[in-house]
Design a protein around this ligand. Structure first.
Ligand SMILES: *Cc1c(COP(=O)(O)O)cnc(C)c1O
Length: 462
C-alpha cells in the first residue's frame, strides 16, 4: 500500500517518504491510496494495546519495512505511561464512557502519535545513516510530547519555538525543565503564527543543516501520528463492547487529527455510529459542519489552549476522502485557494455530513460549568478540553442511539487555573506533572527573527 496526496500531483509514496516529508510536494496531505482492512476476528483475540497496535501499524508500513521489524519496534515504542495498557476507561453511566488518553509522560493524548513518530524517525535515520533536526512551534501540548518522544534518540536534536501566549505554567515547564544536550527550548518574542512562519521558512533555507542531516516536521499532519491514534480507537471499541455494536465518539478538536484518526479507524473496520466534533470558541469546524462554510477567522484565547486554532490542518483529508470521494482536482481548487477563498461545498455533497458527523462549540463559561457538574454529580475531575467534549448532550440532541465515548485528551493537573475557577481543590495527581513543578527551567530567549533563530540552530548543531 502506497500513499497519495490530496491534491493529486504527488502520488506513489512509501511509508518512509511520507514519514520524513510531512507535507506533500504539491502542498497537499498524504493519505493511504486505499484503506487497508483490519482483520476484526483476529483483533477480537487481542488483549493489550500493544497487541492491537501490532495488527494495525504494519498495515501502513509494508512499503518500507518488514513486518517483523515493525513488530519489534512496537515492543519498545510507547513508554512512561502510568497505565499498563496505556488507555484508561471510566464508566460514567451504562451508556457513557470516558476514554482517558492522558496517562502518558506529558499528560495529553499527543504521546500516542508522537512516540510512534519518534520511534520510526529513529529507525529511518539509522537505516539511512543520517541524523535529524526537528524544528517545531507549539502553543501547548505538541511541544512537550515531541520533546519527550525524541529526547532519548541521540540522532535527533529538537528545537522547539514557544510563542508568547496562552500556555499554562505547567505546560511550559514540561518543556523547559527537560535538561538534555539534544533539546533546545526557545522562548520567542512573537505569536504562534510568527513561529509557524519561521518553521515554514526553515524548510526552504536549511543552511544550518550538516551534510547527512535532515530537517523533520512533527506537526499534526504527519500521517504516522494518525496511525498511533487509530490504535486507541480500536482499543476502546474492543474493551467497551468487544466491537459488537457501533459507538458514538465525542472528540475535543483543534487541528482535526484526532477526529481524522477516528474516521480512519472506521474506514479500517471499526464500528462507528456518529462522530461528534467538539470545539471551543475557535469554531471553524463547527461553522462548517453546521452551516457548510469553512472560513478562517481570528484566533480567540480560551481555557482550552490546545484547541485555539484558526484552521484545522487535517480537515483537507476529510474533504478529499469523505466529501469529494477522492476527486483531487476539486480538492486542489478548494485548498490551493484557501484561506483567501472560503470553502463551501455543493449542497448535495455537504448533506452527507449528517450521516456521520455532528458538531458543537462551547465557550469558557460553559466549560467551567461542565467541569463543576462532572465533579459534583460523578466525583470525576476533567480538564477544560475534555469538558468541551462533554457537551455531548448538545451534540447529539436527546437520547443517543449508541453508547457514547468521550475522549479525555489531557489530564486536569495541567490546568490548575481552570480547576480553581471550577472550585475543584483535589484531584488524582499525574505521575509526571508533580515532579515538573519544582524543577529548574532551561530555555533561551530570542526575537521572532528568522536569521537569529537559524544561526542559533547552526551554533548549537555540532
Ligand atoms: C492537541 C489537543 C487537542 C486537539 O487535537 P487535534 O487532533 O488537533 O484536533 C485537544 N485536546 C488536547 C488536550 C490537545 O493537546
Amino acid at each position: 500500500m502506497l500513499f497519495e496526496s490530496t491534491r493529486g500531483a504527488d502520488n506513489g509514496r512509501t511509508f518512509e517518504e511520507v514519514l520524513l516529508k510531512g507535507l506533500a510536494d504539491d502542498g497537499g496531505l498524504y493519505i493511504p491510496s486505499e484503506w487497508p482492512q483490519v482483520d476484526i476476528r483476529k483483533l477480537k483475540t487481542c488483549s493489550s494495546f500493544i497487541d492491537i497496535a501490532k495488527l494495525i501499524v504494519p498495515l501502513f508500513t509494508s512499503s518500507s519495512y518488514k513486518d517483523e521489524e515493525v513488530l519489534t519496534l512496537l515492543e519498545n515504542t510507547w513508554h512512561d505511561f502510568d497505565k499498563t495498557d496505556l488507555v484508561g476507561i471510566e464508566k460514567i453511566r451504562d451508556d457513557i464512557f470516558i476514554g482517558e488518553l492522558f496517562h502518558g509522560p506529558t499528560a495529553a493524548f499527543k504521546d500516542f502519535g508522537l512516540q510512534l513518530c519518534a520511534a520510526f524517525f529513529n529507525k529511518a535515520l539509522e537505516k539511512n545513516n543520517k541524523t535529524a533536526i526537528i524544528l517545531g512551534a507549539t502553543s501547548g501540548d505538541t511541544g512537550s510530547a515531541a520533546i519527550d518522544a525524541c529526547k532519548e534518540y541521540e540522532n535527533i536534536k529538537t528545537f522547539m519555538l514557544l510563542p508568547e501566549g496562552n500556555m499554562t505554567n505547567i505546560q511550559r515547564k514540561q518543556m523547559t525543565t527537560v535538561k538534555k544536550e539534544n533539546v533546545f527550548v526557545l522562548n520567542i518574542e512573537g505569536t504562534f503564527d510568527d513561529c509557524q512562519d519561521i518553521v515554514k521558512a526553515a524548510f526552504k533555507e536549511k543552511y544550518f543543516l550538516k551534510s547527512n542531516q535532515v530537517l523533520l516536521a512533527i506537526n499534526s499532519i504527519n500521517w504516522t501520528r494518525i496511525i498511533g491514534q487509530i490504535c486507541y480507537y480500536f482499543y476502546l471499541g474492543l474493551k467497551i463492547n468487544n466491537l459488537s455494536k457501533k459507538l458514538c465518539y465525542s472528540i475535543p478538536s483543534g487541528n482535526f487529527g484526532n477526529v481524522f484518526a477516528c474516521y480512519s479507524a472506521m474506514k479500517l473496520g471499526l464500528p462507528v455510529d456518529r462522530i461528534g466534533v467538539s470545539v471551543n470558541d475557535n469554531d471553524i469546524l463547527h461553522r462548517f459542519f453546521s452551516n457548510n462554510i469553512y472560513k478562517k477567522e481570528s484566533v480567540s484565547s480560551t481555557l482550552s489552549p490546545s484547541m485555539d486554532i484558526t484552521v484545522a490542518s487535517n480537515f483537507e483529508r476529510l474533504v478529499y476522502d469523505f466529501y469529494l470521494e477522492r476527486d483531487a482536482e476539486k480538492c486542489k481548487d478548494f485548498f490551493a485557494n484557501f484561506p483567501e477563498s472560503s470553502i463551501v461545498l455543493e449542497e448535495e455533497i455537504w448533506q452527507k455530513t449528517s450521516n456521520l458527523f455532528c458538531s458543537t462549540s462551547t465557550g469558557d463559561k460553559e466549560t467551567i460549568e461542565v467541569m463543576k457538574k462532572m465533579h459534583q454529580d460523578f466525583n470525576y475531575v476533567i480538564d477544560p478540553h475534555t469538558a468541551v467534549g462533554m457537551c455531548a448532550s448538545k451534540l447529539f440532541g436527546g437520547p443517543i442511539s449508541s453508547p457514547l465515548v468521550i475522549l479525555s485528551t489531557a489530564h486536569p493537573g495541567k490546568f490548575l487555573d481552570s480547576l480553581k475557577k471550577a472550585n475543584i481543590t483535589s484531584f488524582k495527581k499525574h505521575h509526571v506533572l508533580e515532579k515538573v513543578i519544582n524543577k529548574s527551567e532551561y530555555s533561551f530567549s530570542l526575537e521572532a527573527n528568522q536569521d537569529q533563530i537559524f544561526n542559533f540552530i547552526k551554533r548549537n548543531n555540532n
